[in-house]
Each structure stands twice: as structure tokens, then as C-alpha cells.
Design a protein around this ligand. Structure first.
Ligand SMILES: [Zn+2]
Length: 430
């Protein structure tokens, strides 16, 4: 049995007819300020998504992240999951979107939580990253229902928390609790904002670590009597900049990471603290401790072990050369690189429909940063996972974040046709 040619047309027409609804739903989600940290308005947003999924024929469940320390009475971590079963359980395509957003920050010309729609753009924190993606996913599934597609397989949709802070109470929690694993799910699409003509296959590795330098306290008026942990951290930073970074900048990965500059290994100092807190009452002391958090993005070609060994060797070198230099290094987080093969059925199906809907071939990319794909693959064991969704990558986390209405509708169409191929009538033949 094959899909009649009329079916895709009916699906696309259903999306065009629902355009205003899709925009309104995106704006409604933006109005729920799901700011992370600390994680506000999560239950409200989970219920807004759940209510819409229920209206679209999904069986809906709310899944609080029980057992996670960040799931508190003040800031409950509530995920939502919907399932629409077709004639068979499998294949199951799972659409996963995080509904937390980063803080608005400064520099906005519109209210970041008003859901303003103006000149063909939806503005607001999370417009691109990734409330438009959630709306696109919900309405891609809904378009199949409105077009009377007799679903062969099943569609699942999850709205999850905390992606911006690692996803441990969100996608990781679902995977750990058997809600998002290869036992029940065949393909996962995460509609993150990677641009509507780009399919994201995976991401580089992440190694966050904290370096502490230890000094000896003394009076600030007689620094020669102490050892400054801040001065020693300065030596660390200088040596990283002089010895480590130039070598990293020459190592490129074969992964198609965008933007181009992110194809190389990178390192950022995410934070530093030492001595007297800057806004505290002055107390003149030589700093006896200084801590800095480093963000090393490593390539599959480098691997984690070698990336860590390199920084340890640098610190050991400093300890050997510098009188009084003492340090600790502590691993904060390690995420290994992931990548779904470009020849997989999921990627090929998306390729085909990006070409159909946009009239140009899809570009395969990899993300400079990680996202929830790591949990889907590493915990859930699902190898068929990509990110594809509306919105421009470079606008994520920026002031005046926006998503073009045209992109939102286009991505909804690509997702709907992909769902139709992977779970619709005739899926059994594939
Ligand atoms: Zn995101």
C-alpha cells in the first residue's frame, strides 16, 4: 500500500489553513516565562502544551522529575508527554522540544514575554529557541489528523524542562525512566532552531572543568608575605592562551559544524572567582583561593581523554616551573560527541521534504553546542536522532530573538511530510 499523491497535498493545505493557530500557539507559549535558571512557570507551560496535545488527539501524561534535586516545591520540574497511536505501536516517531528559555538579558526593544507578532516575525525570549519548534511539532502531527491520514505507526511528543542547563530533569529523566528509549521509539526529531534548510546530525563534545589555585593568605599591604591564588590563576589563563589555544585552533573536525569557526576545538573561561567578593566590604588580604570554570569543546577526533590530559599536562608544567603553585582540577561535566549517519532513513526522509517544501537541497550540519540529542543517544540508546526546526541559530539567546512566521510554517510542513512518510499509511512497506 502506498501513500496516494493527494495525501501530502491535503496535509500541506491543513497546515496553511492552520497558520494563524500555529502562530498564536507559539506566542501563547512565549507569554509563559519559563526562564531557566531558576525554572519558572514550568507546570503552567507543561499544561499549556498538554492541553493542546489533548485537543489534537494525544493521550497526555505529566511527568514531574521525581528524584532530581532541582525538582523542588518552589521550582517544580514538570515534563509533558503525548502519544497518538496509529494502527500499530511502531514505528514511533518522537518529537522532543524543551520549553525552558534562557533569561531575557538586556537590550530588548520589545517586551521579551509579550509574544509580539509584527511584520511576519514572532518576537520574544524562546521564539526561536524553541517555542516555535514545539508549535511546529504539535501542528505537524495535527495536520496529519486534519488530513484524515490513517496512521500506521505512532507519534509521540514531549515538552521537557532544563535543556538550557543540561536537560537532566527533562530529556535525560525521560530516557532514564524508560519514556524515551530504543525499546519504544524508532526516530527522534528535536525541532531546535538550526535554520529551516539545515538538518543537524549531532554535536561536538563538551568538557566543563573547574581549576582551583591555592595560595597563602597574608595582609594586602604586604603581599610579599603571602602567595596569591589570583596571580597563579593568571598564570594558568596566560599559559592556556599562549600554549593551548593556538594548537586547538589548528585542529578541525570532519563533522559539518556550523558556523565554520566552530569546526575547531575551542575553550572559554565561563567564570572566575577569587579573594574578596568584588561588592563585599573591603578586607585587604592576599587571595588564598581562586577558582575558574572552563568550557572546553572537543572534537570526536580529539576525544575526551586526550583533551583532559592536555590541560592536566599544562597545569603540571606550571607546578613544576612556578614556586608555590598548587592546584586542583575537578571534572564538572563530560558530554561525548554524537552524530547520526547522513544515510539513515530519518535524515534521508527529511532531506527529501526540505527539498520538496523549500525547493532547494538540505544542508547537513552539526551544532557547536550540545542539546538533548546527547541524552536520547547515550541514555535512550536511540541512534536515529536529529535536530530540525524553525528559527535562525544565531538569534538564539540574543536580545530581540525572533522567528519568522514563514519559517515556522515551512518547518511544520517539512516535519509533517516526514511524519507522514515514517509513520503514515504505507509505513509498513518501508
Ligand atoms: Zn534550544
Amino acid at each position: 500500500m502506498s501513500i496516494s499523491t493527494a495525501t501530502p497535498d491535503r496535509v500541506l493545505r491543513a497546515i496553511d489553513a492552520a497558520a494563524d493557530e500555529i502562530v498564536d500557539f507559539t506566542a501563547a507559549l512565549i507569554r509563559l516565562p519559563t526562564v531557566n535558571p531558576p525554572g519558572t512557570a514550568y507546570p503552567e507551560c507543561a499544561h499549556a502544551i498538554g492541553a493542546r496535545l489533548a485537543a489534537c488527539g494525544f493521550e497526555v501524561e505529566y511527568l514531574p522529575a521525581d528524584g532530581r534535586p532541582e525538582h523542588t516545591a518552589a521550582h517544580p520540574r514538570v515534563n509533558v508527554m503525548g502519544r497518538r497511536r496509529g494502527r500499530h505501536d511502531r514505528p514511533t516517531v518522537h518529537l522532543n522540544g524543551h520549553f525552558d528559555v534562557v533569561p531575557a538579558g538586556r537590550g530588548w526593544s520589545v517586551d521579551p514575554f509579550a509574544g509580539v507578532v509584527r511584520h511576519g516575525r514572532i518576537y520574544g525570549r524562546g521564539a526561536a529557541d524553541m517555542k516555535a519548534g514545539i508549535a511546529a511539532a504539535v501542528y505537524a502531527a495535527e495536520a496529519l489528523r486534519r488530513a484524515d491520514v490513517d496512521l500506521h505507526g505512532s507519534i509521540e511528543m514531549s515538552g521537557t524542562v532544563d535543556e538550557e542547563s543540561g536537560g537532566f530533569a527533562g530529556t535525560a529523566w525521560l530516557a532514564e525512566h524508560g519514556r524515551l528509549t530504543a525499546a519504544t521509539v524508532d526516530h527522534v526529531i528535536i525541532p531546535e532552531p538550526l535554520d529551516v534548510d539545515r538538518i543537524c546530525l549531532g554535536h561536538r563534545g563538551v568538557y566543563w572543568f573547574e581549576v582551583t589555585t591555592h595560595g597563602r593568605i597574608a595582609h594586602g599591604s604586604m603581599p610579599f608575605l603571602g602567595v596569591s591564588a589570583i596571580d597563579h590563576m593568571g598564570l594558568v589563563l596566560e599559559r592556556v592562551r599562549r600554549e593551548l589555544v593556538p594548537g586547538m585552533a589548528r585542529r578541525a573536525t570532519s563533522m559539518p559544524v556550523v558556523p565554520d569557526a566552530a569546526r575547531y576545538a575551542t575553550l572559554n573561561v565561563n567564570g572566575i572567582a577569587g579573594g574578596q567578593p568584588v561588592d563585599a566590604i573591603p578586607s585587604p588580604c592576599v587571595a588564598d583561593v581562586c577558582r575558574a570554570v572552563f568550557d572546553r569543546r572537543f572534537l570526536p577526533e580529539e576525544g575526551f581523554e586526550a583533551s583532559r590530559a592536555e590541560i592536566v599536562a599544562l597545569l603540571e608544567g606550571l607546578a613544576a616551573d612556578t614556586p608555590g603553585f598548587r592546584y586542583d582540577i575537578r571534572d564538572l561535566m563530560v558530554v561525548h560527541p554524537v552524530s547520526t549517519p547522513a544515510e539513515s532513513p530519518l535524515v534521508r526522509t527529511l532531506d527529501r521534504h526540505v527539498a520538496t517544501v523549500l525547493g532547494r537541497p538540505a544542508q547537513h550540519v552539526a551544532s557547536p553546542g550540545t542539546y538533548d540529542q546527547k541524552h536520547v543517544e547515550r541514555i535512550g540508546g536511540i541512534r536515529s536522532c536529529v535536530a530540525y526546526g524553525p528559527g535562525v541559530l544565531n538569534l538564539a539567546h540574543q536580545p530581540d530573538e525572533w522567528c519568522a512566521v514563514d519559517d515556522l510554517i515551512t518547518a511544520t510542513k517539512v516535519l509533517a511530510l516526514t511524519l507522514l512518510d515514517l509513520t503514515g499509511t504505507g509505513a509498513a512497506a518501508r
